[in-house]
Design a binder for this molecule. Structure first.
Ligand SMILES: Cc1cc2nc3c(=O)[nH]c(=O)nc-3n(C[C@H](O)[C@H](O)[C@H](O)COP(=O)(O)OP(=O)(O)OC[C@H]3O[C@@H](n4cnc5c(N)ncnc54)[C@H](O)[C@@H]3O)c2cc1C
Length: 352
């Protein structure tokens, strides 16, 4: 289905349902709420495995588990958890909406307003680039209750898709991970009950920072998985393809390129696993998470590019999956913090 999903730029609902049936969507949901009570590491392994075949399906699972479910488990009180976690394990996809047209890297310059009213908070504004926008039933939306307070005004809200005043807008037409939906969200007097504040009022920046700090390990896993997929395809191909009367895998130049790619990939994988392990062990992991995303997204770009080269002309057409994996790799250097922002985080951790 991978090529068809890429061409149609959508993931069929039947496949999303299968992910729920398999328990993949509930990995991070506690057993008491119908999930698997899996560790962060379990989620990372699932994302890596899925990315080997299709990074678009993997990011649907990734955002749902490592951002939405994680934020609810960490910041949601009993009432919010009782209401939403069983749904997130049982068939409702989650999305996480921080970015806006004017605030990407500078995420806390967001302009979406939350106005306190007798009926709850009225949200007004527009979110951009929201993964799972087409499929999601539940959205975590960041808005400010007081623009003058800067990041201290930012608050996280749980918003249901059918809330009056809430609408999913345009879906982006993308270079890679085309099957994953990336949508704008429009809020126009969208009233959210006070009980749907996730964490505390004015503490949304902490919800965002803490979930994204660990979420980027999931993107590292996506990059490692897709690079592994590209190497798998390339190693099969170079053993079959003959030029100059022998398999191209017999040429030492090709062997060394594959060996270097596999070595880099192993380093990236171990960095992702180490960051996930540290996170699960309660050790500091912010530097390691930023490093693993930075490095694995660069490795993924190099490895998928090599895979295209090794397929020769066939690498440049859509008949083989490496062309798609090459396109899919690019996003790793952009979302959940661009590479420059990862470097900034790493430098801050090292230099103080
Ligand atoms: C496919 C896709 C899915 C996404 N999914 C989601 C989602 O589910 N939820 C969500 O909230 N967001 C999502 N995003 C948004 C994504 O996180 C942002 O695009 C990203 O953070 C970059 O922000 P920006 O696009 O505004 O780029 P900008 O911030 O404008 O950056 C442009 C360039 O300037 C550089 N730059 C900016 N500031 C600095 C600085 N201080 N120092 C050095 N360089 C700098 C950047 O590194 C980059 O190269 C998604 C984006 C895409 C493309």
């Amino acid at each position: 289905m991978v090529r068809e999903m890429d061409e149609r730029a959508s993931i069929p609902r039947a496949l999303v349902d299968r992910l729920f049936d398999l328990g993949v969507m509930g990995i991070r949901v506690p057993e008491a709420h119908g999930g698997a009570s899996g560790s962060f590491f379990h989620a990372v392994l699932a994302i890596e495995g899925l990315s080997r075949v299709d990074p678009s399906v993997a990011v649907l699972v990734d955002v749902h588990n490592t951002l939405v479910v994680s934020a609810l488990v960490h910041w949601g009180g009993d009432e919010l958890q009782d209401r939403y976690l069983p749904r997130l394990a049982g068939g409702t996809v989650g999305a996480y909406a921080l970015s806006e047209a004017g605030s990407g890297s500078d995420a806390f310059a967001l302009a979406t307003r939350a106005t306190d009213t007798p009926d709850g908070f009225a949200l007004d504004g527009r979110k951009l680039w929201i993964t799972n926008g087409a499929e999601a039933g539940v959205f975590i939306i960041f808005a400010t209750v007081n623009p003058e307070a800067g990041h201290r005004g930012i608050t996280a809200f749980i918003v249901e898709r059918d809330t009056p005043g809430f609408r999913v807008g345009k879906k982006e037409d993308k270079l890679g991970i085309r099957a994953s939906s990336t949508c704008e969200l429009l809020m126009d007097g969208c009233v959210v009950p006070r009980a749907n504040v996730l964490g505390e009022i004015g503490k949304g920046y902490r919800v965002a920072i803490e979930t994204l700090n660990e979420g980027r390990i999931g993107i590292g896993a996506q990059m490692v998985g897709l690079a592994q997929g590209a190497i798998d395809h390339a190693t099969t191909y170079v053993k079959e393809r003959k030029q100059f009367g022998r398999a191209i895998a017999d040429f030492q130049a090709v062997q060394f390129q594959v060996a270097r790619a596999a070595t880099e990939l192993e380093a990236a994988r171990l960095m992702v696993y180490n960051a996930a392990r540290r996170r699960d062990a309660g050790e500091p992991f912010v530097k390691e998470a930023a490093m693993c995303k930075l490095f694995s997204s660069e490795v993924a770009e190099r490895v998928t590019s090599l895979a295209v080269n090794l397929f020769g002309g066939y690498g440049f057409v859509k008949d083989y999956p490496v062309e798609k994996l090459y396109r899919d790799a690019k996003i790793g250097q952009i979302y959940e913090g661009t590479s420059n922002l990862q470097l900034q985080t790493i430098a801050k951790q090292i230099l103080g």
